[in-house]
Design a protein around this ligand. Structure first.
Ligand code: HEC
Length: 486
């Protein structure tokens, strides 16, 4: 099997053997064969006799192409359902249902697992139900029209959410109703290429202080064109107008450029009250390694923009004081782990190098010195993937999914998913659930696909999962229809 296995994945591969990937199936890019739900049933009911890798043990191999009792789908199904009493193969008809047996047959035959979705029609409103390993998930369109490339979302209270549109607008949604007018007087943005209005984050003490943070590509002259760089401001909303604006972060003048890519960004607050945001390499990879450049960094500030005295590089004359970590390419996902309080980020890598990183003060994350990825045109960037002193990723995608936002699930709707990581993808147009144990990812499941490029994910106050999609430009709302065992 040629799938890459970072250290954090070893535990998983020990539990779920690689045999399936060699049985001739062709899992779609990113659809890791180990995720196949048929594998879980196999491990539970069959592995003791047919071997953990399906390659035999007390009973014969199921992956050697030799079939004593028939090799068609129906034959294999029958062998499992009815058993072969004379040979000592138990019957599973009363233990497993049709769907479960079919999943095992799929796993044996190397058939890719695609989460089944069906439209429920006898309800007043049509909605889709996704079958995931833990839940049947109801997918509703929360906002269906009126948005253009929605980029970031955050909730103000139980019923109202703010949504940015990359073109430069801040929108208000109340109970699924999009307010027809954007919030007035928000700052001008350079809405070109990947730039524009990006992150929106409501301060954790919003009820007391009213602060809302925006991050956007800001022109050097505060207009809508010319050299630009990522900037963070805060303001309040009164009478549907943006007021009281203060600049929280403005990059050094010489870092503004006409490049229109890799602006980052998200804004998050941790328990201690620090504010974190990110800037990408702006298309100039070597700047990620330079501590006098804001590019390719995680930055840490106090919420008023002042610099924490314990930032890792404040004593370094040549380094920018806001820098918290360096060596990043373009991070568009950030969240704080609800239990450990650690900052995790999602980094959009080159071809084949999307990463989840666990952020530790002062560390170097390697870009572009080491990476799992290659250039988009196929050229090698480096063959080096590990180097002492450089932080390895927690998780890597090869091929890339075009990783975007991440969110640790925190709500009541999906108790089995609490503290697990939701990760969205642009190119792959999917939402993945990563099971996290301590500092490791131990399992990955695609839970939604083909609903457009997904730029942001958040847990709403109601525990539902909200997704911002592009093409179609919508906000989706995911709730648990019921818990299941698959
Ligand atoms: C108690 C041991 C045992 C368990 C558990 C068991 N099997 Fe079997 N199975 C056998 C034996 C014995 C045979 C007969 C052929 C042989 O000697 O391997 C067999 C035959 C088969 C065959 C037919 C193979 C052929 O050559 O046509 C299939 C398919 C199969 N098992 C699938 C499964 C699956 C799937 C499970 C789990 C749901 C399972 N078995 C669980 C013992 C077992």
């Amino acid at each position: 099997m040629r799938l890459f296995q970072p250290a954090s994945k070893l535990a998983l591969s020990a539990l779920l053997p690689a045999g399936f990937a060699c049985t001739g199936g062709s899992p779609a890019p990113g659809q890791n064969a180990q995720d196949h739900p048929g594998r879980a049933f196999y491990a539970q009911y069959c592995a003791t006799c047919h071997g953990a890798d399906m390659d035999g043990g007390m009973a014969s191999s199921l992956v050697d192409g030799q079939w004593e009792f028939g090799d068609s789908r129906e034959d294999i199904y029958r062998s499992i359902a009815d058993g072969i009493p004379e040979a000592g193969m138990p019957a599973y008809r009363d233990v497993l249902d049709e769907r479960q047996i079919n999943l095992i047959v799929d796993a044996i035959q190397g058939v890719e697992y695609v989460p089944v979705s069906r439209v429920v029609e006898d309800e007043p409103e049509e909605y889709e139900v996704l079958e995931t390993l833990d839940y049947d998930v109801r997918v509703e369109v929360w906002v269906g029209e009126g948005l253009e490339v929605p980029w970031g979302i955050d909730f103000l209270d139980a019923s109202r959410a703010l949504v940015t549109e990359r073109a430069g607008r801040l929108r208000l949604v109340e109970n699924g109703q999009l307010h027809p007018d954007p919030i007035a007087d928000t700052p001008p943005v350079v809405a070109q290429g990947q730039g524009g209005m990006m992150a929106v984050t409501v301060h954790p003490d919003y009820e007391e202080n009213g602060w809302i943070y925006l991050a956007y590509s800001r022109a050097l002259d505060d207009g809508t064109s010319g050299p630009s760089q990522t900037s963070v401001v805060r303001g309040r909303i009164e009478d549907h107008r943006w007021v009281d604006q203060e600049t929280i972060y403005r990059a050094p003048e010489d870092s503004h450029t006409n490049a229109r890519q890799h602006f980052g960004t998200r804004v998050v607050f941790d328990e201690a009250g620090y504010l974190y945001f990110v800037i990408g390499d702006r298309g100039d990879p070597p700047t990620s390694q330079r501590l006098d450049s804001p590019n390719g960094k995680v930055h840490r500030l106090w919420p008023d923009g002042s610099i924490p005295e314990d930032n890792p590089f404040v004593d370094d004359e040549d380094a920018l004081d806001t820098i918290y970590t360096y060596g990043h390419r373009n991070q568009q996902g950030m969240d704080i782990h609800p239990v450990t309080g650690d900052l995790w980020t999602a980094e959009h890598g080159p071809r084949g190098g999307d990463e989840i990183n666990l952020i530790r003060a002062g560390k170097n994350y390697g870009w572009p010195e080491i990476t799992y990825g290659i250039h988009y045109d196929g050229r090698t960037i480096t063959r080096e993937r590990f180097r002492p002193g450089i932080e390895p990723p927690v998780w890597v995608w090869r091929p890339s999914t075009a990783l975007c936002a991440i969110e640790f699930y925190r709500g009541e709707q999906f108790p089995l998913w609490r503290n697990h990581l939701l990760a969205t993808a642009l190119r792959n147009e999917d939402l993945r659930l990563l099971q996290v144990r301590n500092d490791r990812v131990i399992h990955e499941e695609v839970i939604l696909r083909d609903r457009g490029r997904i730029r942001d994910v958040t847990t709403g106050p109601d525990g539902a999962i909200y997704l911002l999609t592009s093409r179609p430009h919508q906000i989706l709302r995911l709730t648990a229809e019921r818990e299941v065992l698959r």
